[in-house]
Design a binder for this molecule. Structure first.
Ligand SMILES: NC(=O)C1=CN([C@@H]2O[C@H](COP(=O)(O)OP(=O)(O)OC[C@H]3O[C@@H](n4cnc5c(N)ncnc54)[C@H](O)[C@@H]3O)[C@@H](O)[C@H]2O)[C@@H](O)CC1
Ligand SMILES: Nc1ncnc2c1ncn2[C@@H]1O[C@H](COP(=O)(O)OP(=O)(O)O)[C@@H](O)[C@H]1O
Ligand SMILES: [K+]
Length: 484
């Protein structure tokens, strides 16, 4: 797992480390790591042009020292000082010694010819939307030819939430120090950070235990282990699907197929789209009776395409009255938002899987702080909330959160959510902790999306078709990651 550390946690760890290291040592580690990534991106230093946008804090100091490293290797480095009176003195001196040029914000000509632009305007000390002069430079960098590289955090991005007010520096690469900050991987910030490179400056042992994580293939592989010698079709959990309707059988077919393709132990289906499911998936055990008559299961998925009429409501209430884990998706979310106590009174795990509009039905818009919003709803309902989006967020009622690292915008197509709930139900039936399981499902779903999107636009059925090879691939990558 990759821990995502808040600004407060990074500051606290830095304080401990700063007291134990010679003055300036941490900034040297940061700047050396930054220059190393820049050299890799440029391919060579000699003859290249680098423009550093330099604010009045330590983030600007990092940019100046990295600029000095690059200048010492033959790059033509120009530092544009936003606040000349407050530019990091030692960094400025180092850059000058190495032959770098220094200008002010009125003379940022270098931006139009740069091979690489370093954004050292503001890092974790940045507050609110970029000031006009900084915003102008960020916008010019966006249209210029140079590779935009953010120092620690793209300026204008809130490092904790990913919120962006107005303009932010549109990085293609972000070189971040000590720990990945949540704002680099979630919400709008994710789009501004590009590829995140983590430079180890020795903070690790001093960092508080993170409350948010990204899962890796290695972590997800642990949720996808093949059956053991002693397993049979029942032993690793049976999932029950309540989805679709006579008018909308598609959701039932996608959800059931996704469950089968994720962990094909045994999948039961109960609902009014039984004929469609039978025709598509002879492997599933199908009934058009109520969930209680479907046979024993270890987890339920309820909601995709069920509608919200009285019958659908009574089926939802029946499923939520069980002591089994339940995934509440789509139409079931609309009904649960009207009667949240159906969820609150449960003691078994519940996972809600809203997109933004479904989330808002529970009383508040998602807003710019997606992790915070998911955490609030999870705590309010005592349920895991999987908030879908470009970077899906999972929040446990205890505050632990996960931000998904996989996926593609190709997933923005009808029915892909039905596939996610099928995957999630299948994994939840194994009895693993619900929040991490939900995060694993989102990860696998994203990987299937990436695989299906490789050859062009995808439709939801392509995800189901790609699931088996994707499970195999994630298992394999997991083995490789863990060094086996
Ligand atoms: N504390 C440490 O030991 C280390 C800090 N490091 C660097 O230091 C950074 C934190 O430094 P600081 O605390 O000095 O703060 P920053 O340099 O991140 O931010 C403060 C500067 O940003 C400007 N600023 C803030 N909001 C702005 C806005 N909306 N528009 C325009 N300008 C704005 C301020 O005027 C000030 O010049 C980290 O992000 C990292 O890059 C690294 O060198 C590693 C070691
Ligand atoms: N822009 C996007 N980038 C990445 N993933 C997206 C994007 N838009 C949607 N998705 C993903 O696609 C899925 C859509 O689910 P949902 O909205 O429930 O669709 P449906 O109800 O049609 O099945 C979710 O997993 C979501 O995270
Ligand atoms: K920055």
């Amino acid at each position: 797992m990759i821990g995502l550390s808040t600004v407060a946690d990074v500051r606290a760890a830095e304080d401990v480390l700063l007291a134990r290291t010679p003055e300036g040592a941490l900034m040297q580690r940061a700047a050396t790591g930054l220059a190393t990534v820049c050299l890799r991106l440029l391919g060579r230093a000699h003859g290249t042009r680098v423009t550093a946008l330099v604010g009045g804090g330590n983030n600007g100091g990092d940019a100046l020292f990295a600029g000095a490293h690059l200048a010492a290797r033959g790059a033509r480095v120009t530092a544009v000082l936003l606040d000349p009176g407050r530019a990091h003195p030692a960094g400025l001196a180092a850059l000058r010694r190495a032959g770098g040029r220094v200008t002010g914000p009125g003379d940022p000509d270098g931006l139009d010819r740069a091979d690489l632009v370093l954004d050292g305007i503001a890092g974790i000390g940045g507050r609110g939307g970029l000031r006009p002069e900084a915003a102008r430079l960020a916008e010019r960098a966006a249209t210029g030819p140079g590779i935009p590289v953010a120092v620690d955090v793209p300026s204008g991005v809130d490092a904790d939430t990913g919120a962006v007010e107005g303009t932010a520096f549109p990085a293609v690469h972000t070189v971040t120090f000590g720990a990945v900050k949540p704002g680099l991987v979630v919400g709008e910030g994710r789009g501004y950070a590009g590829t995140v490179h983590l430079v180890d400056i020795g903070l690790g042992p001093h960092l508080a235990r993170p409350r948010a994580y990204q899962l890796t293939d290695d972590d997800v592989a642990a949720h996808l282990e093949p059956p053991g010698d002693g397993d049979d079709k029942y032993s690793r959990g049976v999932v029950g699907i309540v989805a679709g309707s006579a008018t909308y059988p598609g959701a039932a077919v996608l959800c059931t197929g996704a469950a089968l393709r994720t962990r094909a132990g045994l999948v039961r289906y109960a609902g009014t789209a039984a004929d469609g499911v039978r025709a598509s998936w002879p492997e599933a055990i199908v009934t058009d009776a109520r969930p209680g008559d479907a046979g024993r299961v270890q987890a339920w998925v309820v909601g995709p395409g069920t509608g919200t009429d009285d019958d659908a409501r009574s089926v939802l209430a029946e499923v939520l009255a069980t002591d089994l884990p339940v995934v509440v998706d789509a139409d079931a979310l609309t009904m649960a938002a009207r009667e949240p106590d159906l969820v609150r009174r449960r003691s078994a795990p519940t996972v809600l899987t809203p997109h933004d509009r479904e989330f808002a039905r529970f009383g508040a818009e998602v807003g710019a702080d997606r992790i915070g919003s998911a955490r609030r709803l999870a705590a309010d309902l005592g349920a895991v909330v999987l908030l879908k989006g470009n970077a899906t967020v999972v929040a446990d009622p205890d505050g632990t959160a996960f931000v998904n690292a996989t996926g593609t915008t190709d997933l923005a197509t009808a029915g892909t959510g039905d596939v996610l709930s099928g995957i999630l139900g299948a994994l939840l039936a194994t009895g693993t902790p619900p929040a991490e399981t939900a995060a694993a499902a989102a990860h696998l779903h994203g990987r299937a999306g990436q695989a299906a999107g490789e050859s062009g636009p995808l439709i939801a059925g392509d995800l189901v078709r790609r699931l088996s090879p994707t499970v195999g691939r994630v298992r394999g990558l997991g083995l490789r990651d863990s060094g086996a």
